[in-house]
Design a protein around this ligand. Sequence first.
Ligand SMILES: Cc1cc2nc3c(=O)[nH]c(=O)nc-3n(C[C@H](O)[C@H](O)[C@H](O)COP(=O)(O)OP(=O)(O)OC[C@H]3O[C@@H](n4cnc5c(N)ncnc54)[C@H](O)[C@@H]3O)c2cc1C
Length: 395
Amino acid sequence: MKTKFIIIGAGPAGLSFATTLKKLGECSFVILEKEKESGGLCRSVMHNAAPIDTGGGHILDVRRKNVLDFIFSYMPENEWNFYDRNTKIVVDNHIISYPFEANIWQFPMEEQIEYLESIAKAALLQKEKPGHFIDWIYWKFGDKIADKYMIPYNQKIWSCDLNLLGTYWLEKLPDVSFRDTLASCLSRKFYGTLPGHAQFYYPKKQGYGEVFLRIAETLKEHIRYEYPVKELDVTNRIINREFTADYIVNTAPWVEFSEKMPDDISKLVKALQYTSVDIDYYAEPSDTDAHWTYYASPDLSYHRKIHRDNIVAGSSGYWTETNAKRRNKKGLFHFENPYAYPLNTMDKPSTISALLSKMEKYHIFGLGRWGEWEHYNSDVVIERGIQMAEKLIKK
Ligand SMILES: Cc1cc2nc3c(=O)[nH]c(=O)nc-3n(C[C@H](O)[C@H](O)[C@H](O)COP(=O)(O)OP(=O)(O)OC[C@H]3O[C@@H](n4cnc5c(N)ncnc54)[C@H](O)[C@@H]3O)c2cc1C
């Protein structure tokens, strides 16, 4: 079968790309999706009369007006609740608000002094910004935040040797200066700029995945479900020896179909690393008013709890996020996502850039979290999907 475009994956990136093509009058496209439903990592299920996000907790960030317009055109704003973020961190036996450095004032006085002293010592030693993530943690926060929170938490979430990770992606983390930390301890209140997702939307009744089901419904004649792409003949742009197109847009992890690619391309794909997320639901009520809580302790297998009962009115329970390497307990409902986070290894920027430019020569484009191997959130991939469709349609 031949079309102008093939889109691999019906997650937010593939769906926003495809709907934009359609809006611009291009209907010669097919979406090939491995699962039996759209939404990718943003999918949800209903369990115990309320939603669980199977890819881990997902909320809609408010910062991209064009993306909100896009989303609300499928699921009107009055079907969403709007929240000011309330999230916590548990370290030892203490619970403080997120982000850590802006809320040290919530620790007992002795602890505050130790944290401030260690940040101040790190500040006095300031050298050039390190290239390795683990060195950056000590450089930026000092020993105490590093040892109590940053190292154990990051060890849990990435589950890899932290020395493999670079620092080029750290604008994702809140940037609180020592001056802000000091001011917040002296004034005993949050000080500085608010972190990402400071305000967010979540659907009133369904999970986050609902909006992507609605978008997919408008494309249903174009989507082939339960159709995993296993083979990509790069030079001839043929998929599974069945589909061909003038342009292929890939939003799935490249490693899914790297086997028969040319050696130079396959080598690049195999250098891209990733980690998983497993989620487990428990029915007990949450003992907090937070929307979610981060856990640094290596003794707990999970790194985050999503307090569903504080996000969806009338719901009960919470779910935990861990990964395949650490999970030691199954909840009442559980779900495994083998692909959750692209790993920001030291050489990833050069690897993905070489891969994408080689692929473009064959009119194959990477889009979204996996196509571009970036920690993009759904609002970002939606925006990028719209922009890529507007660009490629002119070719
Ligand atoms: C724990 C966690 C929490 C997150 N929280 C948030 C949040 O709060 N807010 C937010 O906006 N974003 C959040 N994100 C990010 C969000 O999940 C991604 O930005 C978004 O899902 C990326 O969309 P995508 O379409 O690029 O990729 P995906 O959603 O991964 O979609 C890729 C699609 O490709 C399909 N596919 C895979 N392999 C194949 C194959 N071989 N053949 C055919 N199809 C295939 C998949 O089934 C999937 O449908 C979070 C991510 C994680 C892991």
